[in-house]
Write a protein that binds this ligand. Structure first.
Ligand SMILES: Nc1nc2c(c(=O)[nH]1)N=C([C@H](O)[C@H](O)COP(=O)(O)OP(=O)(O)OP(=O)(O)O)CN2
Length: 176
């Protein structure tokens, strides 16, 4: 079946580590992540402000900035299971255990937790998985799928979400 596809990229800077990695990715390090959302529609909008579009690139950018850039850019992305790492971020003068329990509660309830109530007031985004490119692609796909549908008045669907960690390394999530 023929279809139209459009895609939009944003770039963010964020730190992470893969605690189970056998080599250098165990270290705290950062990436300029490139994130690309691809959307598809069988038919273009027939009328309104998105006439002859799958979804307005501007709407797609707004949603990617709200859901991905705002919580993660210039932040640190951490796995909720990474006790050693999270203890480094616990605010000074506070017992780390209740702080961590609160964050894990938010992760369990909402799928992720954003806080700047940390040591050095660092922006911290905690997720219930290891922050590999694959898992981040699936996570961001999950956040973006519904807004793509609603901002396109049901015309478009999110086909895939790609995450480049480096110019040479990309992971894609596409539920099919
Ligand atoms: N399948 C995956 N493999 C790796 C991931 C990942 O998310 N999914 N992540 C890492 C590290 O985080 C690392 O930053 C990237 O690894 P690597 O290719 O070794 O990085 P380079 O700096 O060598 O990349 P180049 O662009 O080739 O210089 C490891 N593996």
């Amino acid at each position: 079946m023929p279809a139209f596809r459009v895609s939009r990229r944003i770039e963010i800077d964020a730190g992470h580590r893969i605690m189970t990695h056998g080599s250098k990715c165990r270290n705290l390090h950062g990436h300029r992540y490139v994130i690309e959302a691809e959307c598809e529609a069988r038919q273009l909008h027939a009328d309104g402000e998105q006439t002859d579009m799958v979804v307005d690139f501007g709407f797609l950018k707004e949603e990617m900035m709200r859901l991905i850039d705002a919580p993660c850019d210039h932040g640190f992305i951490a796995a909720s299971a990474d006790d050693e790492l999270l203890s480094l971020f616990a605010p000074q003068g506070r017992d780390a255990d209740p702080w961590l329990a609160e964050i894990r509660g938010k992760v369990a309830a909402s799928g992720a937790a954003l806080t700047v109530e940390t040591r050095m007031l660092t922006k911290l985004y905690v997720v219930p998985f290891q922050p590999t490119a694959e898992c981040l692609a699936k996570h961001w796909y999950g956040l973006l799928a519904e807004p793509v549908k609603s901002r396109s008045d049901g015309c478009a669907r999110l086909v895939s979400l790609r995450v480049w960690e480096t110019p040479n390394c990309m992971a894609e999530y596409a539920p099919g």
